[in-house]
Write a protein that binds this ligand. Sequence first.
Ligand code: ADP
Ligand code: MG
Length: 238
Amino acid sequence: MDALTLTQVTKKFGRTQVIDGIDLAVAPGEFCVFVGPSGCGKSTLLRMIAGLEDVTSGQIAIGGRQVTDLPPARREIAMVFQSYALYPHLSVRDNMGLALRQAGTPKAEVLASTDRAADMLSLTALLDRRPADLSGGQRQRVAIGRAIVRRPKLFLFDEPLSNLDAALRVATRIEIARLHRELGATMIYVTHDQVEAMTLAHKIVVLRAGRVEQVGAPMDLYNDPDNRFVAGFIGSPA
Ligand code: ADP
Ligand code: MG
């Protein structure tokens, strides 16, 4: 059974067609990267998978279950944004545990899960700090930790590294790859960075103006792009 299935998903904002009939299947444990130029619909597609945006037509299933009409909280997903979206008045510990507490998880269990995630991300020493007292890289690790704590079926990342400087971008990318291996989770990751796409993905989905231009394993796209647009985006030699 697929971890994620999109069937003829479309999105219109007013009269503008932003997503134009996307079909996609993502296998359990797969690391799937959406790439494409700015404005091609990557975030919109991710937000529809998350339930933050309604689909205009089409269907979305997560783990074989239809979620098209379910609110985000019932989709068993966790999303990591480019802007960390942490609560400034809460400690790192409480930011990471909030969703579980809101779901009524017993306090001891929330603490255990938070501690485990903090350990995986080297955040243990920072658990009592507030977001304002963290660096950008640390804040993004907290946002990733908050996603892990919820043990989602599907992780959704929307350009999570684009606010970090180059060195931190590499370090955090390696950390995300390690987490993917350790958790065995399915991840959908949006980026416009070729290096991120090539190094993280099992499968790359190249988007252009709301449509899938080509789907494939990184080296297959690199060696055998369908057209110049894909070649240009993947960085294949001309
Ligand atoms: P990407 O993430 O690939 O840069 P987006 O999904 O953010 O692209 O945007 C795709 C297109 O949809 C863009 O033309 C953008 O202006 C438009 N768009 C995104 N959100 C809205 C919205 N809430 N209302 C109207 N247009 C939107
Ligand atoms: Mg975007």
